[in-house]
Write a protein that binds this ligand. Structure first.
Ligand code: TRP
Length: 450
């Protein structure tokens, strides 16, 4: 009976479909837009190393735990957590994993959609050949003009959220699977080709050194918090997205191999994106710490100088938009799945979640123009929302998930559900989840936030 256990939302066709969907969720703006720009802001190699360490120590173990929870209960994260906390007599606050997650998802979707809108706008700019022969300076100006225009930003934000809603409303099998199957591999091939280009630029050696040379003096407590937060963000962890996808995972698939595959693919895409972007930064005399505009000021220069660049550039931004699309879907899924369990239709649930995220997203739109001078704590409204979600809510969610699976679920149930073939892998995971991941998260938190 256990073999065909499935929830009300459907089941992925196979383990590979789960890997594709989870990779589709993990690979997104986080890899291509955010990873390079925060690496630039945090000084390069030392930050990259911290990020890789966080993926290993916290990301992969927590990801296995999230998938496990989802698959065990086969419900939305909110109901998964309330069922399982009751089943294992865990303290009530573990239920907050689900609620905190849905809230974080709503916050993240609101700004994610705005940034994804930029990629749509750039698709248009590429088609019309705006960047042919452009220098870094010209690309910077074009980007600045886009940010200064709240009407365009709103339009692209609106288009993106509608696209997201359409796929979510169609449900797990029909909507989510088909989109990612073909397009993810294409994006990766495109990045590798672009890396071929960046290797020919004069800044390649500098770019490479920037990414991979370790200089401990560049590491601050703050940048370690950012590295930890990003390791959760990039793997879609800490808010239930991967838990929701785990709920649709076939029963017999092994957790370890599946999750490690997703982790490796995600990391490869991020590092490749870095190897494309930083050589261009140094070749063009741009600033690595340019912030959220980094990708939009560098890649168009590459396309502008390549034969057929307008065409390649158009295809590239379409693929990035699609990567963002398959991620955005997973950000909204926990809240939508919960509303469906409450009796809403998928369509209504989608409209409410996406509509609310759209409205909140307007504050991010305005953070880049009308409200750019309105700063508090970490900066603009967008900066604060980004910091709060990635660097506080996701690690907190991840910490609670690790503690719940590591300390409150019965070991036998965990071992059975995990279905990890190698005993050594299982044991390492267990120790990581119980001791290493929680302590790492706590330590980084306490150090960084105080
Ligand atoms: N991981 C995606 C990216 O890197 C974004 C994302 C999707 C996400 N689902 C998530 C981030 C859930 C946090 C939580 O672009």
């Amino acid at each position: 009976m256990a073999a065909d256990k499935r929830g009300m939302h459907g089941v992925w066709a196979s383990r590979w479909t789960f890997i594709l969907a989870a990779t589709g969720s993990a690979v997104g703006l986080g890899n291509i837009w955010k990873f390079p720009y925060i690496t630039g802001e945090n000084g390069g190699g030392a930050f990259v190393l911290m990020y890789l360490a966080c993926i290993l120590v916290a990301g992969i173990p927590v990801m296995m735990a999230e998938v496990l929870l989802g698959r065990k209960a086969r419900l939305s994260p909110i109901n998964t957590m309330s069922h399982l906390s009751a089943e294992y007599n865990a303290p009530k606050f573990f239920r907050s994993i689900g609620w905190l997650g849905a809230l974080a998802g709503f916050f993240i979707l609101s700004f994610y959609s705005v940034i994804a809108g930029w990629t749509l706008s750039y698709t248009g700019k590429m088609i019309s050949g705006d960047f042919t022969g452009a220098t870094g300076e010209m690309a910077g100006k074009i980007f600045g003009d886009l940010l200064a225009d709240p009407v365009s930003l709103t339009m692209y934000h609106t288009i993106f959220i509608i696209l997201t809603g359409v796929v979510i409303a169609r449900g797990v099998n029909e909507g989510l699977e088909k989109t990612v199957r073909v397009l993810m591999p294409l994006l990766f091939i495109m990045l590798v080709l672009l890396m071929g280009y960046s290797m020919t630029t004069p800044g390649f050696a500098d770019g490479f050194k920037f990414l991979f040379s370790f200089d401990a003096s560049k590491l601050t407590a703050d940048s370690v918090v950012v590295a930890l937060g990003h390791s959760f963000f990039t793997l879609s962890l800490g808010m239930g997205a991967i838990m929701a996808y785990g709920a649709y995972m076939p029963q017999q698939a092994s957790l370890g191999k599946t999750v490690i595959t997703v982790g490796i693919l995600d990391t490869l895409v991020a590092l490749t994106a870095g190897l494309v972007i930083f050589p261009i930064v140094f070749s063009q005399g741009l600033e690595p710490g340019a912030g959220p505009g980094l990708m939009f000021q560098t890649l168009p220069v590459a396309f502008g100088s390549l034969p057929g660049g307008a065409f390649i550039g158009t295809a590239f931004f379409i693929l990035v938009a699609i990567a963002a699309w398959s991620s955005a879907i997973s950000i909204a899924e926990p809240a939508v799945a919960w509303a469906v369990e409450k009796g809403a239709t998928r369509l209504v649930a989608t409209m409410i979640v996406c509509g609310a995220a759209w409205a909140l997203g307007m504050l991010t739109v305005l953070s880049f123009n009308e409200l750019s001078d309105f700063t508090f704590l970490k900066g603009t409204f967008f900066d604060n929302l980004d910091f709060l979600t990635s660097n506080i809510m996701l690690p907190l969610g991840g910490l609670l998930i690790a503690l719940f699976v590591g300390w409150f679920m019965k070991e036998r149930a965990v071992a059975k559900e995990a279905n990890v073939q190698s005993e050594m892998v299982y044991n390492i995971w267990r120790v990581m989840l119980r001791f290493v991941s929680p302590l790492a998260v706590l330590f980084i938190f306490v150090n960084g936030l105080l």
